[in-house]
Write a protein that binds this ligand. Sequence first.
Ligand code: FAD
Ligand code: UDP
Length: 370
Amino acid sequence: MKKNKILIVGAGFAGSTIARELADAGCKVHVIDKRPHIAGNAYDEIDAHGILVHRYGPHIFHTNSERIFEYLSRFTAWHPYEHRVLGVVDGKQYPFPINRDTLNLLYGLNLDEAGAADWFEKVREPREPVRSSEDVVLNSVGRDLYEKFFLNYTRKQWGLEPSQLKAGVAARIPTRTNTDDRYFTDTFQAMPLHGYTKMFENMLDHPNIRIETGVDFAGIENISSYAHVVYTGPIDAYYGHRFGRLPYRSLSFEHEHLAGVSQFQPVGTVNYPNDHAYTRITEFKHLTGQSHPGTSIVREYPQAEGDPYYPIPRDENEALLKRYEELALAEKDVTFVGRLAQYRYYNMDQVVGAALVAAQRIREHLTARS
Ligand code: FAD
Ligand code: UDP
């Protein structure tokens, strides 16, 4: 029966959320992923030394959406965690995002909140309009802080100048006149208590869901036997790159275990804007709250080639995306959802939000056809 048979390509947040929603609605859902595991880039696992690590770099869950937090809470309990980051400049670690303590420590000042606001007002380089990531940072904190914390990190992370990236990239990072040193200020900040992979196992544990890992969409022959396909891989790959390749930024992850070292660094992540080929080091025990006599860390090395991790927010890429989106819009029986399929710099919660909306639309579409 084709009527309610669904193929989902990709078992990350996008694919797994839609799989669960459609399975709950009575569809027979077949989920494939070309990787040997579920959970997409949020995949975590116990390493050879017994520490829970994130294979594809640190994933910290945060959202302002109660609906999304409640939705995921059906599949996991939570470990409360507020992420903190330090940025290394001239060998010293400073709170990042830049806050009042960053200014006082860096410049030997003793500013209060109003003093910090005055300071930013004095040093900022007003830009109008604010188009690029360079504009965003210069406009809020001025040149010295831009050069110390942003310029080289961005060059390393993207292989581009901040002036070549859209404003939204650097706008992810706030500037603060108070001393709040949390990386995120969302209402809900927590890690899945038993890890992301366990949460995904619970999402996909449903009599109407069949999962096959290690299976590429390219090898699926009987696509016409499905009533609908949900595709969460790169949209340009789906169309055989016919208009050209959408660029994605990749990373290589260097995992290391330090036996007998109970803590490597004071906070979850330390950023290295100006030193080393890697951008940041994350120590997982901070994120998960795990106790262990040793510790495991990961270094992130940005690179052009490799698995697609980041869409690159630039006007020319969005123009190319539009051409693929036109093809996608004309598809009645294929839905494109997720960070790669929509080519959007989505956080995990945004992917869940987009997937819940898409699942609702697919349900309506299937009902209208039956
Ligand atoms: P993915 O997780 O990429 O899943 C897509 C899946 O599709 C993949 O498993 C892939 O193997 C599969 N696939 C692709 N093509 C095919 C094919 N042809 N056949 C079969 N399968 C295919 N977000 C946060 O909210 N907080 C964070 O702290 C955070 N940190 C991040 C750190 C890094 C280093 C990265 C790269 C991302 C981070 N994110 C973070 C973003 C988060 O990873 C994504 O928003 C989310 O995982 C995207 O889910 P998705 O389902 O769209 O894509
Ligand atoms: N950024 C920076 N210096 C830092 C941290 C971030 O210049 O110490 C810039 C950089 O361009 C980065 C962007 O801000 O790509 C967004 O940072 P975020 O930590 O949100 O990136 P992600 O966790 O998605 O890799």
